[in-house]
Design a binder for this molecule. Structure first.
Ligand code: IPM
Ligand code: MG
Length: 359
């Protein structure tokens, strides 16, 4: 039986509740397809700070590095809001992305037919939407230097640096074109080249890389226009390629096409290290322990792990189909609840999906 070693970093808030359900579902896939998915837990975020005085302990990083993949819940809690920036839970997330060189963040925004009514947007506009946002994840203003807050001309002055090297742009562009080749062969690169120098370079390098993919149609869009177009006519997009900060913002925006942040998974890939899979939502500490959060984003993230890290396409489809069946049958966590549907708790949702896989 093939064995897969997965680092399980549940994190803070409701992270544990959602990862529990993902583990349950992956174990069911293991039973069905005779594979051994072995989960090794470790601390990350605020809970790690409580024990180790750092949100990203060496132990956790070492475990992640030697695993075949990493499954992460979420980090952050208000109780850590007063900590200095270098030990805040969010730092762990940025730290692990950088340490594992996870430069390619894939964030699919798919509107399932079962859920078109959920979107705050008009059903006919969102139905059939299937966008893959490819967000660069280890560069940009998130990691650029110099940065800081200092006194200048007698007042405080804060600054960060938006920057990309040619090689950073090249590798994420290749990733986007490769993904597009498996899809509808369209890449829309999003930048702010009318104002920013870094975006001008981005646009030039993406155009150059695109020559190696003659079958893929490349378009460019300014980020302000893209933000509008995603709401106006989301079906025009196939792959959206963009930088770290624009991708952060546009992926939250795109989640509203489907109606809930609780549905959207993500994969963060590198060319050498193990990849990491996490829902795009946060830790929702106010909902912790209530057994009400939606585990589907994390379950779908675990499904992406099977596809992208382990090449288990059938197993991936089995999970996606089980999730869709649960939705079709009317099971709903509170974030996606509507009249006539069956209100379902976090662990019940996991059980239902698990049972569809096994039966
Ligand atoms: C995300 C989150 C993170 C980010 C935060 C928590 C650091 O918003 O994964 O989208 O900005 O990348
Ligand atoms: Mg975000």
């Amino acid at each position: 039986m093939k064995r897969y070693n997965i680092a399980l970093l549940a994190g803070d808030g409701t992270g544990e509740e959602v990862t529990n359900e993902a583990v349950k579902v992956i174990k069911a896939v293991g039973v069905k397809y005779s594979a051994d998915f072995n989960f090794e837990p470790a601390l990350i975020g605020g809970c790690a700070y409580d024990v180790y005085k750092t949100p990203l302990p060496e132990e956790t990083l070492n475990l992640a590095k030697k695993s075949d993949a990493v499954l992460l819940g979420a980090v952050g809690d208000w109780k850590y809001d007063k900590l200095p920036p270098e030990v805040r839970p969010e730092r762990a997330l940025l730290g692990i992305r950088k340490e594992l060189n996870l430069f390619a963040n894939l964030r699919p925004a798919i509107v399932y037919p079962e859920l078109t009514k959920l979107s705050p947007l008009k059903e006919e506009n969102v139905a059939g939407t299937d966008i893959m946002i490819i967000r660069e994840l280890t560069g940009d203003v998130y990691f650029g230097t110099p940065k800081g807050i200092e006194i200048k001309d007698g007042e405080r002055f804060g600054y960060n640096n938006m920057c990309y090297s040619e090689s950073e742009i090249k590798r994420i562009a290749h990733c986007a074109f490769k993904v597009a080749m498996q899809r509808k062969k369209k890449v829309c690169s999003v930048d702010k080249a009318n104002v920013l120098d870094v975006s001008r370079l981005w646009r030039e390098v993406v155009a150059q890389v695109s020559k190696e993919y003659p079958e893929v149609e490349l378009t460019n869009m300014y980020v302000d226009n893209a933000a509008m177009q995603i709401i106006r006519a989301p079906k025009q997009f196939d792959v959206i390629l963009t930088g770290n900060i624009f991708g952060d913002i546009l992926s939250d925006e795109a989640s509203m096409l489907s109606g809930s942040l609780g549905l959207l998974p993500s994969a963060s890939l590198s060319d050498k290290n193990p990849a990491m899979y996490e829902p795009i939502h946060g830790s929702a500490p106010d909902l912790k322990g209530k057994n009400i959060v939606n585990p589907i984003a994390t379950i779908l993230s675990a499904a992406m792990m099977l596809k992208y890290s382990f090449n288990l396409e059938d197993e991936y489809n089995t999970i996606v189909n089980a999730v869709r069946k649960a939705l079709k049958e009317g099971y709903r966590t509170q974030d996606i609840m509507s009249e006539g549907m069956t209100l379902t708790s976090t662990d019940k949702m996991g059980d239902i999906i698990k049972n569809y896989i096994l039966n």
